[in-house]
Design a protein around this ligand. Structure first.
Ligand code: ATP
Ligand code: MG
Length: 545
């Protein structure tokens, strides 16, 4: 028996042990509605569904739940496939609710024949008015007791296009007094003249999710239909469809908690609004929690999957700190990203005792975490740039970076001392005049000078000017929780720097991530045709353990 790692696998094991399903038939599905792009929450569902497939040597289809023609598009379906591919999951088949429209229709007729469904002439407003409340039962429809023959005739006429939108619908005949409102004669088919992105104008009636889903699960051979908690109240209806139609084995619906992450918007509806109102530069804006956004940002698929694995599967809704997600990304990049030198706020440093025409190559560690040490040559010269934040005119106690008359080590190169400061006309620091200690070269330091600070730098002979961006969160943090998203929007989610980087970073045309030492993880990104460097995640770990 397979060792379960969560309650869902425990349920699957129980179903195998009791003989309800055979151990070689386990099948799940990932069921997005093609009405938007996938986000980090979907990654959790993907990891769960494909995780079960892998563990039980079963199957998992990509099932596009396209029962809502007014909101669905091929563009979204294509994007969904691309995102799943990026995460490295392979589905056994691509299926659609629309592939089964004919079959679903037949099952609807069968429900009518069984006396389990009736055509109702009430408007959607009337139906909702008569549905009752949590404390009061609903009122039965006056059309509830139509004969099977009349229902069949009307339902066929609905399909043939005889009635206007919303003038009739097909309802399951269950129980208007049920404590579960979903069981109060729910609508299972509606009339809707809307062009579907796959079936065009073939249909003018469409099944409702609650009726279509169990049928599609069954038709595909799904044994375990995993969905988020908000569908818990729909499970009795899911089961009702399977039982009344005699499904064997009946797929089992199991609910799990949605993933919520602080500072992230996680509803397709709202993400779409951000794209449409121009708050972001499209679904793949690197601030978006969409999978395409995370990919553009440079979040490695492995890090995202690692995060989903660590947060686990639970039955109770909760919110995960964004810093926990970032810690997973940082941990992965720390092991895998090459190091490089970059300065976000360049400050010129002239090394007065270094010959004008001399240059030399110093050895720079590619990644100290690699088992086999690799080094790269970096050019050192008389004029270099350091980060303005690494120099202080009024240093606090224990300031180990550069200050007047203080020493600091230039990473992989020499120790320098700041002798003088050149100011511009406005009194701002324009340039530092330093001297270097020739005997202090890294790897061969005989100077005997002890320095605590090590800073990054780039040579003016090779430095490439480039726009460097850091991204903040789209939403302000928890203290705003519960407020409307528009009030929580972080208006300053992009910070732009005119930086300088060593040429190596721009020579590699791929989008590999780099750790800019002492700064963060960055990658190349094209923004409106322009090549920039954008931050994936900062170096600082602010995760509260
Ligand atoms: P949204 O509210 O963002 O539109 P949805 O639930 O309508 O999301 P679907 O396309 O229907 O999105 O979702 C496909 C699958 O992914 C469903 O099984 C759904 O339960 C799951 N899913 C969606 N959001 C999350 C989330 N935040 N955490 C875990 N699973 C999720
Ligand atoms: Mg949905």
């Amino acid at each position: 028996m397979i060792e379960p790692t969560n309650f869902i696998e425990q349920f699957i094991n129980e179903d195998i042990e009791s003989g309800k399903v055979s151990s070689d038939s386990i099948q799940t599905r990932f069921p997005p509605e093609p009405n938007g792009y996938l986000h980090i929450g979907h990654a959790k569902s993907l990891c769960l569904n494909f995780g079960v497939k892998e563990k039980y040597n079963g199957k998992c289809n990509l099932f596009l739940d396209d029962t809502n023609p007014s909101k669905e598009k091929a563009e979204y379906e294509d994007a969904i496939k691309k995102d799943i591919e990026w995460l490295g999951f392979s589905y056994d088949a691509v299926t659609h609710a629309s592939d089964y429209y004919e079959k679903i229709y037949e099952f609807a007729e069968k429900e009518i024949e069984l006396g389990n469904a009736f055509v109702c002439d009430m408007t959607p407003e009337e139906i909702s008015k008569n549905r009752g409340t949590l404390t009061e039962p609903g009122k039965e429809s006056p059309f509830r007791n139509r004969s099977v023959e009349e229902n069949l005739k009307l339902f066929r006429e609905m399909r043939a296009g005889k009635y206007p939108d919303g003038s009739k619908c097909l309802r399951a005949k269950i129980d208007m007094a049920s404590p579960n409102i979903n069981m109060r004669d729910p609508v299972i088919y509606r009339i809707l003249r809307e062009t579907h992105y796959r079936t065009g104008d073939k249909w003018c009636i469409y099944p409702m999710y609650d009726f279509a889903h169990p049928i599609c699960d069954y038709m595909q051979g799904v044994t375990h239909s995993l969905c988020t908690l908000e569908f818990e109240d729909h499970r009795p209806l899911y089961d009702w469809v399977g039982i009344t139609l005699g499904f064997k084995p009946k797929p089992r619906q199991i609910e799990f908690a949605r993933l919520n992450v602080t500072n992230l918007v996680m509803s397709k509806r709202y993400l779409k609004k951000l794209v449409e109102d121009g708050s972001v530069d499209g679904w793949d804006d690197p601030r978006m929690p969409t999978l395409t956004g995370l990919r553009a940002r440079g979040v490695p698929a492995e890090a995202l999957k690692d995060f989903c694995g660590r947060i686990g599967i639970s039955k109770a809704n909760s919110e995960v700190q964004i810093s926990y997600f970032e810690a997973c990304v940082r941990e992965y990049l720390n092991i895998h990203a090459e190091r490089a030198m970059a300065v976000l706020k360049p400050l010129k440093v002239r090394i007065t005792n270094y010959p004008e025409d001399k240059t030399e190559e110093v050895d720079f560690d590619v990644n100290p975490n690699e088992e086999e040490k690799r080094t790269r040559k970096i050019l050192f010269s008389k004029t270099i740039y350091i980060d303005a934040d690494d120099f202080s005119l009024a240093p606090p106690p224990k300031y180990f970076r550069l200050k007047k008359d203080g020493y600091v080590r230039l990473k992989s190169a020499y120790i320098i001392k700041c002798d003088d400061i050149v100011f511009d006309d406005d009194g701002n620091v324009k340039e530092l005049l330093c001297s270097y200690v020739p005997e202090s070269r890294s790897g061969n330091d005989t100077s005997g000078i002890k320095v605590k600070g090590v800073i990054q730098w780039v040579s003016d002979k090779t430095a490439v000017d480039v726009e460097i961006r850091k991204y903040g969160y789209l939403l302000n943090d928890e203290e705003y929780a519960g407020q409307d998203f528009s009030e929580r929007m972080n208006k300053n989610s992009v910070t732009v720097f005119s930086g300088k980087v060593e040429p190596y970073v721009m020579e590699n045309k791929d989008e590999r991530p780099y750790q800019f030492i002492r700064t963060g993880y960055f990658k190349r990104l094209k923004v409106k045709g322009k090549e920039i460097l954008s931050e994936i995640v900062s170096l600082k770990d602010n995760f509260n353990k």
